[in-house]
Design a protein around this ligand. Structure first.
Ligand code: NAD
Length: 498
């Protein structure tokens, strides 16, 4: 049985077996594929201490040195893309193609971070006062931590650590305990790229490890991505301990379809964004808002496309894989009964879908609900599975009100051929990432990613320019190099420019 342990100070942690460990499943077979050690406070302290020791040299490493390591890491991740995708699929269940796509999106953040010399350039003003110059520097914080969810075991950590490390920080990653192998392979690739020991560390585990990171005095900042209740907890606990925290939470993403939209394009988008990665994406579309009179036609087109989806083992060229664990599969399946009981119309029942995989796998086929209303749990809860709800509304205004009254604000999309309507929507919708005829508007690496309302706690987004801001603090220097005159010039008033 494969045993996965922490990566601390440039190597697997050599301590005897941890007191606590968890099981890691292959979701397509339903079998236990590995065990993973759960860190107690001692293991977290060892990782933070290694990162603290490494910080002194890494913060002083030249930008050329840091970028040479980043370029080498970039090449290694690109070369090992298929291998990384295989590790993801084996523990997460998403298809190999989907997993390769997530590696690619993470790689793009590494490429962005390769430009760190430009991104860290400060400002300079000559002669702010007579013979006085002023300039600003961005400096790293120290040891920073990342806590990440199961659904993107490569991409979400790579939203964080390439930029943090490029800025001169050292990093402790606490990945999801459900699919921990990818993080260890990434740590090995960092070592191969020449990253000094201790700059990147991985501790596995659960709340025990998270709590220690949130309160450890040497951890200066925490980036979190996961469900909203945990994001709120991490934000409140981390900031109360004096840390800089960005905590991205859950989502309920609406796709508004106006009467003038191309309904085939909209149906393709709804199925792709609703069922890709079995709906286990924070940017998945979970609600289609059909503005009258498109409802009947759109539901028929979506149902037709669902019937053609191949569900099965992600290694077999299917469209959609299993859910991540049996418990999660059963929780999601429970919403099918809840939706029917609440009065929604079960237009497509995913439990009847043909499956190309082992009987013990964590399967649930794509499900479509019609006639959903805002008071039903299938609407209010983040289901995080292959369940798409259609809410019918009479007007555009009611569609926007529905989206804006939802407590989440991660992503949304509008499908229309009316540029004016799209422009109005992007202006008034209370959501952080907006697509116009694009169903999953995930910003590229050189923009920043983040939602509004209960989808993000803190005030900076991840990666892109916000990532550089989050992982650095500004120092502003005002300097005079006097030419000796022999005259005295004591002045007690507040300095103003002369
Ligand atoms: P999760 O909240 O269960 O876990 C996230 C992390 O928190 C994991 O590392 C986990 O070990 C840790 N954790 C779990 N319970 C904890 C507790 N009680 N105290 C402290 N730490 C705890 O999330 P998940 O199920 O792994 O991932 C799915 C969720 O992540 C969904 O809600 C999804 O929307 C969200 N997500 C959001 C984004 C985004 O960018 N906003 C991106 C990806 C996923």
């Amino acid at each position: 049985m494969k045993q996965i342990t922490h990566w601390i100070d440039g190597a697997p942690w050599a301590r005897p077996a941890a007191a606590r460990a968890g099981e890691v499943y292959d979701p397509a077979t339903g079998q236990v594929a590995a065990t993973v050690d759960y860190a107690d406070a001692d293991a977290v302290d060892a990782a933070v201490a290694a990162a603290e020791r490494a910080f002194a040299d890494w913060r002083d490493a030249s930008l050329s040195k840091r970028t040479s390591v980043l370029f080498a890491f970039r090449d290694l991740v690109a070369r090992h893309r298929s291998e990384l995708a295989g590790l993801i699929t084996a523990e997460h269940g998403q298809t190999l193609e989907d997993a390769a796509g997530e590696v690619q999106r993470g790689l793009e953040v590494v490429e962005f971070a390769c430009g760190i010399p430009h991104l860290l350039k400060g400002g300079f003003a000559e002669n702010v006062s007579s013979a006085v110059d002023s300039y600003s520097l961005r400096q790293p914080l120290g040891v920073v931590a990342g806590i990440t969810p199961f659904n993107f075991p490569a991409m979400v950590p790579m939203w964080m650590f390439p930029i943090a490390i490029a800025c001169g920080n050292t990093f402790v990653l606490k990945p999801s305990e459900k699919d921990p192998s990818t993080s260890i392979r990434l740590a090995e690739l960092w070592a191969e790229a020449g990253l000094p020991a201790g700059v990147f560390n991985v501790v596995h585990g659960d709340k025990v490890a998270v709590d220690r990171l949130l309160t450890h005095p040497d951890v200066k900042a925490v980036s979190f991505v996961g469900s909203t209740p945990i994001a709120r907890y991490v934000y409140e606990t981390g900031t109360a301990a004096g840390k800089r925290v960005q905590a991205l939470g859950g989502a309920k993403n609406h796709m508004v379809v106006l009467p003038d939209a191309d309904l085939d394009l909209a149906a393709d988008a709804a199925v792709s964004a609703g069922f890709g990665s079995a709906g286990e994406r924070c940017m998945a579309i979970s609600v289609v808002v059909a503005v009258d009179p498109v409802g009947d036609s759109l539901v028929a087109k979506i149902a037709d496309r669902i019937s053609g989806l191949r569900v099965g083992d992600g290694r077999r060229g299917c469209d959609m894989g299993p859910l991540v664990t049996r418990a999660h599969r059963d929780k999601v399946a429970g919403y099918l009964d809840a939706g029917v009981a609440a009065g929604a119309k079960l237009a497509v029942d995913g439990r009847d879908h043909a499956i190309d995989g082992a009987a013990e796998g964590f399967w649930l086929g794509p499900t479509l609900f019609d006639q959903v209303t805002a008071d039903m749990s299938i609407y209010t809860d983040e289901i995080f599975g292959p369940v798409l709800s259609v809410v019918r509304v009479p007007t555009y205004d009611q569609a926007v009100t529905l989206v804006n009254e939802n407590p989440y604000g991660n992503g949304t999309a509008i499908f229309t051929n009316d540029g004016g309507a799209a422009r109005q929507f992007q202006h008034e919708v209370q959501v952080g990432m907006v697509g116009v005829n694009v169903p999953i508007p995930v910003p590229m690496a050189y923009f920043s990613f983040g939602g509004w309302k209960s989808s993000l706690f803190g005030d900076t987004n991840v990666h892109g320019p916000d990532g550089v801001h989050f992982y650095t603090r500004v120092k502003t220097v005002t300097a005079r190099w006097p030419i000796p005159t022999g005259e005295r010039a004591v002045a007690l008033h507040f300095p103003t420019a002369t």
